[in-house]
Write a protein that binds this ligand. Sequence first.
Ligand code: NAP
Length: 255
Amino acid sequence: MLENKTGIVFGVANQRSLAWSITESLASAGAELAVTYQDTRFEKKIKKMAGESLEKEPLTILCDVTDEKQVDRLTQTLENSFGKLDFMVHSIAFAGKEELEGAFINTSRDGFLKAMEISAYSLVSLSRALLPLLKEGGSIVTLTYLGSSRVIPNYNVMGVAKAALEAIVRYLASDLGPRRIRVNALSPGPVNTLSARGIKGFTGFLEQVDQKTALGQNISGREVGDTALFLCSDLSRGITGEVIYVDAGYNIMGL
Ligand code: NAP
């Protein structure tokens, strides 16, 4: 489905990362890929994982989205290695641990700005940086969460950042539509990842949601990966500016 297509997935920390499940789905469809990681401590493990578990080894690139030099270097590497891009997946979020517990009203100014910069604004800056490579149109996909529109205990500032991210998806979709570049968000249900475990009470939450989904169980990373594959492929060519839930139907339930 993605033969002769090239793309990049931002945000691999480890094997549990949604970015990694997405990478597996995209790679299984034949895409040529680059993946990014932010923490040099994870570098060796990620390179090993990339070399061992995928048929075609992806490029692995260090990229802290708050560092313009690293973003410039990444763009150059992609230009030199691929020459063009067909899709980009943004699977990045951050909020300080202290912001992900207790009352939202106590959100600090610094904590608010950092969460917004990394979790929302980075979609704008990365889309702009990679735009010259999306030469033949393409697909941009980001990951949001239901906490953007409903109050989820302890999700706090991240819910506000996700609301901004979803608005960014609509504005970018309108800006980039004339270039045949589509922009959409996936909204997965809870999955046990490094970031998710940083939210106070996450494990209990996972169990609660499990019983309340329409499908009667939580989702897996690969279900998110396969929906990302659909959004990166031409099968979704008529869809842009949308938030697509991959939550086993949790968001439609009343009680
Ligand atoms: P994850 O594995 O921890 O991925 C989050 C990634 O963001 C990590 O690779 C992290 O890198 C990266 N990141 C943080 N700050 C960064 C920076 N300054 N520059 C570049 N990368 C940075 O957790 P995940 O659950 O897969 O999260 C991926 C996305 O899915 C996030 O947008 C999250 O909000 C969303 N999502 C997750 C769930 C869930 O339940 N897991 C549900 C809905 C939506 P380091 O670890 O190296 O800092």
